[in-house]
Design a protein around this ligand. Structure first.
Ligand SMILES: Nc1ncnc2c1ncn2[C@@H]1O[C@H](COP(=O)(O)OP(=O)(O)OP(=O)(O)O)[C@@H](O)[C@H]1O
Ligand SMILES: [Mg+2]
Length: 155
């Protein structure tokens, strides 16, 4: 486990960028945190780290956004999801099992038991207006190693 406090959005983006640089293709990142906790901001950084070409906005009506780059980014935002059936009908499994890109899921707690056994769980907590506590909890391999790498880079 690794817990980091960021003091503004730019720091969260930088942290996401570091993560994006060490995530291998087929990684799954599950983001959990309340409205405005910085999930999309972290995804913007991850996209930068992956070398994604187009920019990441909060998908306002789309639930799945695909971004091209050396390692594609599949950005899922489950905020508007009402039921597990709805997630299943999205064809989410295709994304979880693909080998080319990185999958990042906002509101991943809404699909808890649909996730694979191994993924990188990231909790985002609002400390105050600007500070966020971002906690990486690796679930299985290779995520322990990935978190160890981030630990080294940030220490
Ligand atoms: N340390 C910080 N890290 C990230 N965002 C921050 C930070 N401090 C302030 N902010 C602001 O908080 C907001 C975070 O918004 P963001 O869209 O990333 O959150 P979110 O978790 O994706 O929200 P939603 O649940 O609506 O999708 C932005 O306006 C950002 O500028
Ligand atoms: Mg968001």
């Amino acid at each position: 486990m690794l817990s980091i406090v960021t003091r503004n959005a730019e720091e969260t983006r930088k942290l996401g960028k570091m993560l994006g640089k060490v995530l291998p293709p087929s990684s799954i990142v599950a983001l959990i945190g309340e409205l405005g906790s910085g999930k999309t901001t972290l995804v913007q950084g991850i996209a930068q780290g992956l070398g994604t070409v187009s920019s990441v906005r909060s998908p306002s009506y789309l639930i799945i956004h695909e971004y091209d780059g050396p390692i594609p980014l599949y950005h899922l935002d489950l905020y508007r999801i009402r039921s597990k059936e709805e997630i299943i009908s999205l064809g989410y499994e295709e994304y979880l099992h693909q080998k080319r890109g990185v999958v990042v899921i906002e509101w991943a707690d809404r699909m808890k038991d649909l996730l694979k056994a191994s993924y990188l769980k990231v909790n985002l907590e609002m400390i105050d207006l600007l500070q966020r506590r971002i906690t990486f909890q690796p679930q299985g391999t290779p995520y322990e190693e990935i978190v160890e790498k981030i630990k080294k880079i940030t220490s």
